[in-house]
Design a protein around this ligand. Structure first.
Ligand SMILES: [Zn+2]
Length: 221
């Protein structure tokens, strides 16, 4: 906590003067470019690897970067993730949604090996949203066999969460109309690199300058 409080003092003295006008403008409203769905893991740092500024990203973070499937018309839609997804896409009208998984994910390890602690009913209940993901993964994935199994599941999970997002009818309509793009990203902690899923290669590849140029060409103006 000492480090955090010293950080606030440092922010107040050095950073706040640089951002004051921007925050004054943002106080009038937000217009983020994208929704980022990432794991709660402290090592995943989008503010560093995506050079985001305040107001750029609407963010959902949870254990395992999961978005439970659409509850259906008869179901009771009551989870925070669905609410954030609908708010970002339908009210804020973000143009892009990124699901970002990462290497050495504790949630993915728990899915493969069981929860790290006993008497954690909420953790178990939450991870059960990814139960079908694990079963599909066990049935076979075509992702990079050279990386550790837990990382392969993490990459597979990102792609599955994209499918979960598409299970929301209003989101799927926007995607089909070309008004919303969905992206699968993955942060390799040890290499400190950001990868994205390249459908043509069927694998995650590093977003370096040439790959970024290819991506941006595909997106168009
Ligand atoms: Zn994680």
């Amino acid at each position: 906590m000492r480090k955090l409080i010293r950080g606030v003092v440092g922010y107040h003295e050095r950073v706040r003067p640089l951002y004051r006008r921007r925050f004054a403008r943002l106080a009038l409203g937000q217009k983020p470019d994208a929704l980022l769905v990432a794991c709660s893991d402290s090592r995943v740092a989008p503010n560093i690897f995506a050079s985001e500024e305040p107001g750029d990203l609407f963010v959902v973070r949870n254990v395992g970067n999961l978005i439970p499937r659409y509850a259906g018309r008869g179901g009771k839609p009551c989870h925070a993730e669905g609410a954030a997804l609908e708010f970002a896409a339908l009210a804020l009208r973000v143009k892009d949604i990124i699901v970002c998984g990462h290497s050495s994910c504790g949630a993915m390890r728990a899915l493969l090996e069981g929860p790290p602690v006993k008497s954690a009913a909420h953790l178990e209940g939450w991870l059960s949203h990814a139960g079908p993901v694990v079963r599909r993964f066990e049935a076979g994935s075509r992702l990079d066999a050279a990386i550790p199994r837990v990382d392969r599941l993490s990459q597979f999970n990102v792609l599955q969460q994209i499918e979960h997002i598409r299970s929301y009818p209003a989101i799927e309509r926007l995607v089909r109309a070309g008004r919303l793009r969905l992206h699968a990203w993955w942060f390799d902690i040890a290499a400190a690199e950001v990868l994205h899923f390249e459908p043509r290669q069927g694998r995650f590849v590093v977003i370096d300058a040439p790959e970024a140029a290819r991506l941006l060409r595909r997106f168009g103006p």
